[in-house]
Design a protein around this ligand. Sequence first.
Ligand code: C2E
Ligand code: CA
Ligand code: CA
Ligand code: CA
Length: 277
Amino acid sequence: AKDGGRNQLQFYTSEMNARVTERTLIEGHLRNALVRQEFVLYFQPRIDCVSGRVVGLEALLRWRQPELGLVPPDRFIGVAEETGRIVEIGEWVLYEACRQVKAWQDAGLPRVPVAVNVSARQFRQSGFVQEVNGALLASGLEPAYLELELTESLMMQNVEGVVAAMCELKESGVRLSIDDFGTGYSSLSYLRRFPLDYLKIDRSFVRDMLHDAPGGAIVRSMITLGHSLGCRIIAEGVETPDQLGYLAREGCDEIQGFLCSRPVPVEMAQVLLTAGG
Ligand code: C2E
Ligand code: CA
Ligand code: CA
Ligand code: CA
């Protein structure tokens, strides 16, 4: 038991070391990532449950780091948040997403909105609203084709300030979504105060939805709740036809997930748009 304890301690220590090393590595490489143009956007389509058409695209950040390979966002967004670098990265994402969608529109492809993920740190920085307007102006994209995805946890901190900024954004004409809904302990009494256009049901609920009756009931109530708030409902992480069937029957408006497409690079997104727009 003594030895086991020591081994365990060693195990934790080396795991912690590995984590610190990974963090330091990521932090270091992140410093140059923007100037070296290592970021790219992938796009995942959103499908209308009734028409089956592509009705939107979510821009998802990818980092091609020469030494680390393709680094998924879950490995670097947190670090970028902590160091504050997310602000300039987020600005790049915003502008690049607008620019790309405008380019597709100019090329005559079906016009669909692009959804951009906004991190808490980016949203809270003063001047965020101007930054959004700046990206729209610079790209020439009409505001109605830009959606901003705000996480539930972001929205529940400093509700007054968040509501004020969201109202300003709505005045600019952009659309607003609550992302990962159901994971952030929303106060239901606050929800109605946010000027929301879309509610995105988190993937974890979709995953468990068909396993038992409560799982299905929870998703059904989320759809009802979202509709009563005047939102369109998007289900994330839809992977099977059975899930799609249930969601469509329960009145979900749009789905996003591997069933329709994984997030894909620009050229493939263009093909999806042409085929399914
Ligand atoms: P998210 O906003 O919830 O994005 C959806 C994530 O679910 C994406 O992971 C997507 O690839 C994945 N996904 C979509 N459909 C399915 C499915 O059917 N099954 C499964 N298992 N997964 C599915 P990704 O691209 O790795 O992004 C992870 C998270 O990183 C995002 O979660 C978002 O929180 C963050 N992120 C991505 N891009 C950005 C960005 O530009 N800015 C900020 N601040 N965060 C971003
Ligand atoms: Ca999202
Ligand atoms: Ca999400
Ligand atoms: Ca998520």
